[in-house]
Design a protein around this ligand. Structure first.
Ligand SMILES: C=C(O[C@@H]1C=C(C(=O)O)C=C[C@H]1O)C(=O)O
Length: 120
């Protein structure tokens, strides 16, 4: 990136013999670029920031609704001799609450921990 992309933007090609000066400039530029790139680590260390980036409220809402609907359908009692299938094996809102209070928050927590370990 430095040699083929950045340098041609900053210098004209050729040999002016100033090798020591060139080397010093290269070094300080590369160090500045490296510092700038590593600032990303501080962003990644911010647990709260990562948690915000991992949160899509509208998708979470849709996931919870889908879970509730699935639990409603799959929780129906199936009876051959009666029309009445309103009776439930379990309360569908329990599954949805489980997702809201545990499954989704834990999914995000795990994701943040994973990113902190990968980037740290
Ligand atoms: C962590 C993620 O996203 C968050 C977690 C979701 C979930 O657990 O269903 C849904 C939406 C996001 O707020 C992900 O998609 O991996």
């Amino acid at each position: 990136m430095y040699l083929h992309e950045l340098l041609p933007l900053l210098a004209t090609s050729g040999d002016d013999g100033n090798y020591a000066q060139t080397e010093t400039s290269d070094l300080s530029l590369l160090q500045a670029i490296s510092r700038r790139i590593h600032y990303g680590k501080f962003v990644a260390e911010d647990r709260e920031g990562l948690m915000k980036l991992s949160t899509f409220t509208s998708i979470e809402e849709a996931v919870r609704k889908r879970v509730e609907k699935k639990a409603t359908v799959l929780g129906q009692e199936v009876c051959l001799d009666t029309e009445d299938n309103e009776e439930r094996k379990s309360d569908p809102s329990v599954a949805s609450r489980l997702y809201k209070n545990s499954v989704i928050p834990l999914t995000k927590e795990l994701q943040v921990e994973y990113l902190l370990r990968r980037l740290g």
